[in-house]
Design a protein around this ligand. Structure first.
Ligand SMILES: Nc1ncnc2c1ncn2[C@@H]1O[C@H](COP(=O)(O)OP(=O)(O)OP(=O)(O)O)[C@@H](O)[C@H]1O
Ligand SMILES: N[C@@H](CCO)C(=O)O
Length: 297
């Protein structure tokens, strides 16, 4: 084990429309940590995207790292951590899941825990509360996950052969706030429809029927209809995407980022159209991040 290490953690999008708290897809924006053993704890944030983050013991990465070490009765030495990130905070691109995965990995490395991917997932799911973003961040690619009591299952699905465009509004939507607008209960009819739509979405992705997948992506019943008022750009972006030839346009995670699936080879063109139309937003074409967090130290 070296006294310093650089670790990276991917962004992720969750839900894909349907698949609330269950589907996640890892993306190629990264949280990067440069970590060195030190005489005292010191946390620094390098990216302007992180300017609002605390650098004391309330920092999420620090909290998760100490909690993970404590869980295994291990000692975490004082560290100097420099945090850099391309993942904007509270935008629905899994910044908190990346930070949680980072905290777990810091403990894994410096307290020599030798955690498996499944053990990292269990801890991450406990903290995040659902396995979609954290599952994608730890396993990479497209995942379907479920958390039942103490058990968490995550299955990695084949990488969809599509292009991905994200439209990131300039405002934050905290996940906590976006979950409060969701109804406590759904009628049986709504729940059955929501589950059926998610099942057909997965089947369509597995059979590479992206036209059908796109139809299902825009038919969620569990969260999208309730979160529409939080994201004023969404309805227009969905119609605009359709006219531009996109497969589907949905909320990324808890929002406000808008996720567009585009036919392979058209992402750059569709991103340029979205950037022109939604000029107050940051539009990026992203790739699927496929590696898992299995480090060989
Ligand atoms: N690199 C980081 N270091 C420390 N804390 C972080 C980091 N990134 C995110 N956080 C914490 O997570 C919060 C954002 O979490 P939130 O769940 O609201 O949004 P998100 O994870 O970006 O979006 P979503 O869960 O919808 O994908 C930040 O306000 C901050 O408290
Ligand atoms: N599935 C979560 C993702 C954000 O953490 C939600 O939509 O609230």
């Amino acid at each position: 084990m070296s006294t310093s290490v650089t670790l990276q953690f991917p962004a992720s999008t969750a839900n894909l429309g349907p698949g609330f708290d269950s589907l996640g897809l890892a993306l190629n924006l990264y949280l990067t940590l440069e970590i060195t053993r030190s005489s005292d704890w010191k946390i620094e944030c390098r990216s302007p995207l992180l300017s609002s983050l605390p650098t004391d013991e309330t920092n999420l990465i620090y909290q998760v790292a100490t909690l993970t070490a404590e869980r295994y009765n291990a000692v975490l030495p004082p560290l100097h951590i420099v945090i850099d990130s391309e993942i904007p905070l509270a935008r629905g691109l899994g910044s908190s899941a990346a930070a949680i995965a980072a905290g777990i990995e810091v403990a894994n490395y410096f307290a020599q825990l030798e955690l498996t991917l499944e053990e990292k997932l269990l801890i991450g799911n406990e903290i995040e509360g659902h396995p979609d973003n954290i599952g994608a961040c730890i396993f990479g690619g497209l995942v379907a996950g479920v958390s039942i009591g103490e058990v968490v299952e995550v299955v990695q699905l084949p990488k969809p052969n599509i292009d991905i465009v994200v439209t990131i509004p300039p405002y934050e939507v905290k996940t906590e706030v976006a979950r409060k607008v969701l109804p406590e209960q759904l009628t049986r009819e709504e729940a059955v429809l929501g589950s059926a739509v998610a099942n057909v979405l997965i089947a369509a992705l597995l059979t590479e029927n992206y036209e059908l997948a796109g139809k299902m992506m825009e038919k969620d019943r569990f969260h999208e209809p309730h979160r529409l008022p939080l994201i004023p750009e969404l309805t227009e972006a969905r119609n605009f995407g359709k006219e531009a030839g996109a497969i589907a346009t949905v909320i990324s995670g808890a929002g406000p980022t808008i996720l567009t699936f585009a036919p392979k080879g058209t992402g750059e063109y569709i991103a340029s159209l979205f950037q022109r139309r939604f000029s107050h937003c940051t539009v990026k074409q992203l790739q699927i991040h496929c590696n898992n967090l299995e480090y060989n130290y």
